[in-house]
Design a protein around this ligand. Sequence first.
Ligand SMILES: [Zn+2]
Length: 136
Amino acid sequence: MDQRMAAACPCGRLDGKKRALSYADCCARFVAHFETTPAPDAEHLMRSRYSAFVLEEADYLQATWHASERPATLDFEPGVRWLGLSVKHFQVTGEDRAEVEFVARYRVAGRAVRLHERSRFVREQGRWFYVDGEQF
Ligand SMILES: [Zn+2]
């Protein structure tokens, strides 16, 4: 198994014994297998998209972005060091709609950034997609 797969998942999820899940056992199940294994709910999708940002998996980010909002291309800001994700709230808001509120922290050019967002997700044909988010 490659190093990235064995390392702690960037999203920081813990198992029942409060140990960090490996990337292979956590978000890679979706990021590396988008075609066959869609994230089962909006929280899993949100976490896997955070991990994909950390690991610069642009294809996955594009594939899980709702077509109405998806950017044509995705550029990763150079020199960003992601520090962690904290999911604050997960709410199902309709049959095929959900919201996830989270805080993501990172450093760039010596500056600490705290990104606090409530993201909206929709489910179409059994797959969840990120639509947009409101920042606080
Ligand atoms: Zn994860």
